[in-house]
Write a protein that binds this ligand. Structure first.
Ligand code: GDP
Length: 223
Protein backbone atom coordinates (compact mmCIF):
# COMPACT_ATOMS: atom_id res chain seq x y z
CA UNK A 1 0.00 0.00 0.00
CA UNK A 2 1.25 3.47 -0.81
CA UNK A 3 0.84 6.04 1.85
CA UNK A 4 0.57 9.58 0.55
CA UNK A 5 0.27 12.87 2.34
CA UNK A 6 -0.45 16.25 0.84
CA UNK A 7 2.85 18.17 0.77
CA UNK A 8 2.63 21.41 -1.18
CA UNK A 9 1.05 23.31 -4.06
CA UNK A 10 3.31 24.95 -6.63
CA UNK A 11 2.20 27.76 -8.94
CA UNK A 12 5.55 28.56 -10.54
CA UNK A 13 8.62 26.58 -11.45
CA UNK A 14 10.80 28.56 -9.04
CA UNK A 15 8.80 27.11 -6.12
CA UNK A 16 9.39 23.43 -6.88
CA UNK A 17 10.69 21.54 -3.81
CA UNK A 18 14.46 21.95 -3.92
CA UNK A 19 15.54 18.75 -2.21
CA UNK A 20 13.27 16.32 -4.06
CA UNK A 21 14.98 13.13 -5.21
CA UNK A 22 12.25 11.38 -7.16
CA UNK A 23 8.90 12.43 -8.58
CA UNK A 24 6.26 10.75 -10.69
CA UNK A 25 3.84 13.07 -12.49
CA UNK A 26 0.17 12.27 -13.15
CA UNK A 27 -1.40 13.96 -16.16
CA UNK A 28 -4.62 13.67 -18.10
CA UNK A 29 -7.55 15.45 -19.64
CA UNK A 30 -10.05 16.93 -17.24
CA UNK A 31 -12.54 14.26 -16.25
CA UNK A 32 -10.32 11.37 -17.42
CA UNK A 33 -10.31 10.01 -13.87
CA UNK A 34 -6.94 11.31 -12.66
CA UNK A 35 -8.07 12.32 -9.17
CA UNK A 36 -9.93 9.04 -8.70
CA UNK A 37 -6.86 7.11 -9.83
CA UNK A 38 -4.54 8.97 -7.44
CA UNK A 39 -6.95 8.49 -4.58
CA UNK A 40 -7.31 4.78 -5.33
CA UNK A 41 -3.57 4.20 -5.67
CA UNK A 42 -2.82 6.18 -2.53
CA UNK A 43 -5.76 4.53 -0.72
CA UNK A 44 -7.19 7.89 0.21
CA UNK A 45 -10.70 8.77 -0.64
CA UNK A 46 -10.19 12.47 -1.10
CA UNK A 47 -6.49 13.16 -1.32
CA UNK A 48 -6.30 14.25 -4.93
CA UNK A 49 -9.40 16.35 -4.78
CA UNK A 50 -7.04 18.93 -3.32
CA UNK A 51 -6.36 19.73 -6.97
CA UNK A 52 -10.01 20.63 -7.49
CA UNK A 53 -10.05 23.36 -4.87
CA UNK A 54 -10.62 26.69 -6.64
CA UNK A 55 -7.28 28.42 -6.99
CA UNK A 56 -5.36 25.18 -7.11
CA UNK A 57 -6.70 23.72 -10.33
CA UNK A 58 -3.90 25.24 -12.38
CA UNK A 59 -1.11 24.27 -10.00
CA UNK A 60 1.12 21.31 -9.39
CA UNK A 61 0.03 19.47 -6.25
CA UNK A 62 2.69 17.42 -4.50
CA UNK A 63 1.89 14.34 -2.41
CA UNK A 64 4.68 12.81 -0.41
CA UNK A 65 5.08 9.05 -0.61
CA UNK A 66 8.37 8.87 1.30
CA UNK A 67 10.91 11.53 2.30
CA UNK A 68 11.92 13.50 -0.82
CA UNK A 69 9.77 11.24 -3.01
CA UNK A 70 6.60 12.62 -4.51
CA UNK A 71 3.62 11.94 -6.64
CA UNK A 72 2.86 15.15 -8.57
CA UNK A 73 -0.69 15.86 -9.70
CA UNK A 74 -0.57 18.06 -12.81
CA UNK A 75 -3.55 20.24 -13.75
CA UNK A 76 -6.08 18.52 -16.00
CA UNK A 77 -6.08 19.83 -19.55
CA UNK A 78 -8.68 20.22 -22.25
CA UNK A 79 -11.04 22.80 -20.87
CA UNK A 80 -12.37 23.95 -24.22
CA UNK A 81 -13.23 27.36 -22.91
CA UNK A 82 -10.10 28.13 -20.91
CA UNK A 83 -8.94 31.63 -21.82
CA UNK A 84 -5.87 31.76 -24.05
CA UNK A 85 -3.76 33.43 -21.36
CA UNK A 86 -4.57 30.59 -18.99
CA UNK A 87 -3.73 27.99 -21.63
CA UNK A 88 -0.34 29.66 -22.16
CA UNK A 89 0.37 29.79 -18.44
CA UNK A 90 -0.54 26.10 -18.24
CA UNK A 91 1.81 25.28 -21.09
CA UNK A 92 4.76 27.11 -19.63
CA UNK A 93 4.30 25.61 -16.16
CA UNK A 94 3.61 22.04 -17.27
CA UNK A 95 5.88 22.13 -20.30
CA UNK A 96 8.72 23.55 -18.21
CA UNK A 97 8.16 21.05 -15.45
CA UNK A 98 7.98 18.00 -17.72
CA UNK A 99 10.93 19.01 -19.87
CA UNK A 100 13.38 20.21 -17.25
CA UNK A 101 12.83 18.53 -13.91
CA UNK A 102 15.79 16.32 -13.02
CA UNK A 103 13.90 14.59 -10.18
CA UNK A 104 11.10 13.53 -12.53
CA UNK A 105 11.38 9.79 -13.09
CA UNK A 106 8.39 9.16 -15.28
CA UNK A 107 4.92 10.23 -16.37
CA UNK A 108 1.65 8.46 -15.64
CA UNK A 109 -0.90 9.49 -18.25
CA UNK A 110 -4.53 8.81 -17.44
CA UNK A 111 -6.88 8.41 -20.39
CA UNK A 112 -10.57 7.51 -20.32
CA UNK A 113 -10.59 4.12 -22.05
CA UNK A 114 -13.55 5.28 -24.13
CA UNK A 115 -11.62 8.31 -25.47
CA UNK A 116 -7.92 7.41 -25.60
CA UNK A 117 -5.17 9.39 -27.34
CA UNK A 118 -6.99 12.64 -27.88
CA UNK A 119 -5.12 15.42 -29.64
CA UNK A 120 -4.04 16.91 -26.31
CA UNK A 121 -2.82 13.56 -25.02
CA UNK A 122 -0.68 13.20 -28.12
CA UNK A 123 0.67 16.72 -27.71
CA UNK A 124 1.65 15.93 -24.15
CA UNK A 125 3.39 12.72 -25.24
CA UNK A 126 5.24 14.65 -27.93
CA UNK A 127 6.42 17.19 -25.39
CA UNK A 128 7.59 14.50 -23.06
CA UNK A 129 9.23 12.16 -25.56
CA UNK A 130 12.48 14.17 -25.90
CA UNK A 131 13.20 13.69 -22.19
CA UNK A 132 13.71 9.96 -22.84
CA UNK A 133 11.88 9.24 -19.57
CA UNK A 134 9.26 6.49 -19.42
CA UNK A 135 5.50 6.89 -19.73
CA UNK A 136 2.93 4.56 -18.21
CA UNK A 137 -0.65 4.85 -19.40
CA UNK A 138 -3.65 4.10 -17.21
CA UNK A 139 -6.69 3.36 -19.35
CA UNK A 140 -9.19 4.46 -16.74
CA UNK A 141 -12.87 3.57 -16.37
CA UNK A 142 -12.10 0.12 -17.77
CA UNK A 143 -15.28 -1.01 -16.00
CA UNK A 144 -17.28 0.96 -18.60
CA UNK A 145 -16.33 -1.51 -21.36
CA UNK A 146 -16.63 -5.26 -21.69
CA UNK A 147 -13.47 -7.23 -20.93
CA UNK A 148 -12.91 -7.90 -24.65
CA UNK A 149 -13.42 -4.31 -25.67
CA UNK A 150 -11.06 -3.14 -22.93
CA UNK A 151 -8.35 -5.55 -24.00
CA UNK A 152 -8.66 -4.39 -27.59
CA UNK A 153 -8.11 -0.77 -26.54
CA UNK A 154 -5.15 -1.87 -24.43
CA UNK A 155 -3.59 -3.62 -27.43
CA UNK A 156 -4.12 -0.58 -29.61
CA UNK A 157 -2.59 1.67 -26.96
CA UNK A 158 0.49 -0.52 -26.70
CA UNK A 159 0.86 -0.62 -30.48
CA UNK A 160 0.60 3.16 -30.63
CA UNK A 161 3.26 3.58 -27.96
CA UNK A 162 5.55 1.35 -30.00
CA UNK A 163 4.76 3.33 -33.12
CA UNK A 164 5.76 6.64 -31.58
CA UNK A 165 8.81 4.92 -30.12
CA UNK A 166 8.12 6.07 -26.64
CA UNK A 167 9.49 3.89 -23.86
CA UNK A 168 5.97 3.26 -22.71
CA UNK A 169 3.70 0.78 -21.06
CA UNK A 170 -0.07 0.68 -20.62
CA UNK A 171 -2.60 -1.05 -18.40
CA UNK A 172 -6.32 -1.21 -17.66
CA UNK A 173 -7.52 0.66 -14.62
CA UNK A 174 -10.72 1.13 -12.66
CA UNK A 175 -10.87 2.85 -9.29
CA UNK A 176 -14.37 1.67 -8.36
CA UNK A 177 -13.59 -1.93 -9.33
CA UNK A 178 -10.10 -1.79 -7.80
CA UNK A 179 -8.74 -3.03 -11.11
CA UNK A 180 -5.09 -2.47 -11.91
CA UNK A 181 -4.15 -0.96 -8.55
CA UNK A 182 -1.25 -3.29 -7.87
CA UNK A 183 0.17 -2.95 -11.35
CA UNK A 184 0.08 0.85 -11.09
CA UNK A 185 1.54 0.78 -7.61
CA UNK A 186 4.41 -1.40 -8.78
CA UNK A 187 5.32 1.12 -11.50
CA UNK A 188 5.25 3.97 -9.00
CA UNK A 189 7.34 2.10 -6.47
CA UNK A 190 9.94 1.17 -9.06
CA UNK A 191 10.21 4.73 -10.39
CA UNK A 192 10.28 6.33 -6.96
CA UNK A 193 12.68 3.79 -5.48
CA UNK A 194 10.25 2.80 -2.73
CA UNK A 195 10.07 -1.01 -2.72
CA UNK A 196 7.13 -2.70 -1.04
CA UNK A 197 7.96 -3.30 2.62
CA UNK A 198 11.58 -2.70 1.71
CA UNK A 199 14.17 -0.01 1.94
CA UNK A 200 14.16 3.11 -0.17
CA UNK A 201 17.26 3.74 -2.20
CA UNK A 202 18.33 6.43 0.26
CA UNK A 203 18.78 3.60 2.76
CA UNK A 204 15.86 4.50 5.03
CA UNK A 205 13.45 1.79 6.16
CA UNK A 206 10.12 2.28 4.48
CA UNK A 207 8.20 1.71 7.70
CA UNK A 208 9.81 4.85 9.10
CA UNK A 209 8.22 6.85 6.30
CA UNK A 210 4.68 5.78 6.99
CA UNK A 211 2.17 8.34 8.03
CA UNK A 212 0.82 7.23 11.41
CA UNK A 213 -2.44 9.09 10.86
CA UNK A 214 -3.25 6.87 7.89
CA UNK A 215 -6.74 7.41 6.71
CA UNK A 216 -7.51 11.04 6.95
CA UNK A 217 -4.65 13.39 6.41
CA UNK A 218 -6.51 14.57 3.34
CA UNK A 219 -9.36 15.69 5.55
CA UNK A 220 -7.04 18.32 7.00
CA UNK A 221 -6.41 19.93 3.67
CA UNK A 222 -9.72 19.45 1.90
CA UNK A 223 -12.55 21.55 3.24
P1 GDP B 1 -10.25 14.09 -13.18
O1 GDP B 1 -10.92 15.36 -13.63
O2 GDP B 1 -9.39 13.51 -14.25
O3 GDP B 1 -9.54 14.21 -11.88
O4 GDP B 1 -11.43 13.00 -13.02
P2 GDP B 1 -12.17 12.45 -11.72
O5 GDP B 1 -11.33 11.52 -10.96
O6 GDP B 1 -12.77 13.58 -10.98
O7 GDP B 1 -13.31 11.58 -12.41
C1 GDP B 1 -14.25 12.15 -13.32
C2 GDP B 1 -15.55 11.35 -13.25
O8 GDP B 1 -15.31 10.02 -13.70
C3 GDP B 1 -16.11 11.24 -11.85
O9 GDP B 1 -17.52 11.28 -11.95
C4 GDP B 1 -15.64 9.88 -11.39
O10 GDP B 1 -16.52 9.30 -10.44
C5 GDP B 1 -15.65 9.08 -12.67
N1 GDP B 1 -14.62 8.02 -12.68
C6 GDP B 1 -13.31 8.18 -12.45
N2 GDP B 1 -12.64 7.00 -12.55
C7 GDP B 1 -13.58 6.07 -12.83
C8 GDP B 1 -13.52 4.64 -13.08
O11 GDP B 1 -12.46 3.99 -13.06
N3 GDP B 1 -14.72 4.03 -13.37
C9 GDP B 1 -15.89 4.71 -13.43
N4 GDP B 1 -17.00 4.03 -13.74
N5 GDP B 1 -15.97 6.03 -13.21
C10 GDP B 1 -14.84 6.71 -12.91
Amino acid sequence: MLNAQFYTTVAQLADLPADSEAEVAFAGRSNAGKSSAINAIARHRRLAFVSKIPGRTQHLNFFQIAPRRFLVDLPGYGYARAPLGQQRAWQSLIGGYLARRPALRGLILIMDIRHPFTELDRQLLNWFAPTGKPVHILLSKADKLSRNQAINVLRTARALLDEIRLGGSAQLFSGPKQQGLEEAEAVLRAWLGVPRGGVADDGTAETAKKNPAEGDTAGQTVP
